[in-house]
Design a protein around this ligand. Structure first.
Ligand SMILES: *Cc1c(COP(=O)(O)O)cnc(C)c1O
Length: 391
């Protein structure tokens, strides 16, 4: 299997077949496991082998299939799957940080990630410094000898800013900090964050990994030492395990993730090309667009520009709401990475909690809308968006 490409591995890796030799991966809907003897139970509690399970909060064969398959795609030594993306973010940060530690994070974070970083961690004695993630000097000025974790999302939501992971990792590693990257927007297909210097990579599997809007899930990837050590210890005792059913959906999702993301990126590029310069738009944001101020950096660290585009509509909130309400194919929802194209107005939904000042500093204007590009026909989508813009 070593020589196979990611596409091939995603169809086959991690499969654990029962004695029936089933073709499709089995759903092991079980909480517990039986032991042949008291001695075997004792031995397994001391140390479980590869395919030996104790309790579904610690691990389950279907969940393990998902962990192994995503590890192969990411080139990680190991992974631990969680009930949601937020359980993965919380688990990774809680496993790495303690009272008295310092952490630096990019300011442009997914709403719930920002809540953990700004509100929860400080309650437990973690000091947090937020920086403009695109400014390397700001990272340099923020790290200290007691900085334990550097946390970022690239590309960011919803303005699609790019953070230089390679150089931020160098700055972090110089002070011995662990680099944690939430890679949802870049997708595991288009960005290999470990190659860029990340130590821990996190996904909300709810997004492109499921890809059809069915289940919540998350995963933390990293070295075997970290995953089987502090991360698994924290998560198995605090209970945010992924359900076997959700893991089964995610395993099947990984079989098609490359095809879906490639198709969604192709449609995104098409829409960006067609919409740039539209009279009703201030701006079309997409990391690979010629107009993106960080296009060169985006192209250096990603193979494609992703599956999300943002449009800054002239006329603020009123115009943005008219646009959302006039769309017929693209539906209003805050999910992303889905087969269905989805649109959201960040200022009044995902980023409503922020002050006007905070939104301003993140570049989230009242006219900004984020579109997660789905699998529909690209000409249908263009006609829908153009029609709604003229409304
Ligand atoms: C959705 C998302 C999360 C949270 O994932 P859930 O599965 O909803 O808990 C975290 N980070 C980013 C960047 C996301 O898009």
């Amino acid at each position: 299997m070593e020589n196979w490409s990611a596409k091939t591995k995603l169809v086959h890796a991690g499969a654990k077949r029962s004695q029936y030799g089933e073709l499709s991966e089995a759903l092991y809907l079980t909480q517990g496991f039986l032991y042949e003897s008291a001695e075997q139970a004792e031995a397994r509690f001391i140390e479980s082998g590869e395919d030996e399970f104790i309790y579904a909060r610690y691990g389950n064969p279907t969940v393990r299939m998902f962990e192994e398959r995503i590890s192969v795609l990411e080139g990680a030594e190991d992974a631990f799957a969680t009930a949601s993306g937020m359980a993965a973010v919380n688990g990774a940060l809680m496993a790495l940080l303690g009272a008295g530690d310092h952490m630096v994070a990019a300011r442009a974070l997914f709403g719930s990630c920002l809540f953990i970083v700004e509100d929860i961690l400080p309650r437990f004695g973690v000091e947090v410094t937020l920086v403009d993630g695109t400014d390397l000097d700001a990272w340099r000025a923020a790290v200290r000898p007691d900085t334990k974790v550097v946390f970022l999302e690239s590309i960011s939501n919803p303005t699609l800013e790019v953070i230089d992971i390679k150089n931020v990792s160098k700055i972090a590693h110089d002070v011995g900090a662990v680099v944690v990257v939430d890679n949802v927007f870049a997708t595991p297909v288009f960005q290999q964050s470990f190659d860029l210097g990340a130590d821990v990579v996190i996904y909300s599997a709810t997004k492109h990994i499921d890809g059809q809007g069915r289940c919540l899930g998350g995963v933390v990837l990293g070295s075997r030492e970290f995953i089987k050590g502090p991360l698994q210890t924290y998560l198995k005792h605090t209970g945010a395990a992924m359900s076997p059913f959700n893991a089964w959906v995610m395993v099947k999702g990984l079989e098609t993730i490359v095809l879906r993301c490639e198709a969604q990126a192709t449609t995104s590029e098409f829409l960006v090309t067609e919409l740039e310069g539209h009279a009703r738009l201030n701006r079309v944001a997409y990391p690979f667009a010629n107009s993106h101020p960080q296009q060169a950096l985006a192209k250096a660290q990603m193979t494609r520009g992703g599956t999300v585009i943002s449009l800054d509509i002239k006329g603020g909130k009123d115009a943005a709401f008219k646009f959302l309400n006039a769309l017929q194919i693209v539906r209003i929802s805050n999910n992303l990475g889905d087969a269905k194209s989805l649109v959201t107005h960040p200022a009044t939904t995902t980023h409503q909690r922020l002050s006007d000042n905070q939104r301003g500093s993140l570049g989230i204007s009242d006219g900004l809308v984020r579109i997660s590009v789905g699998l529909e026909d690209q000409h249908d989508l263009l006609a829908d968006i153009r029609g709604a813009l003229s409304a």
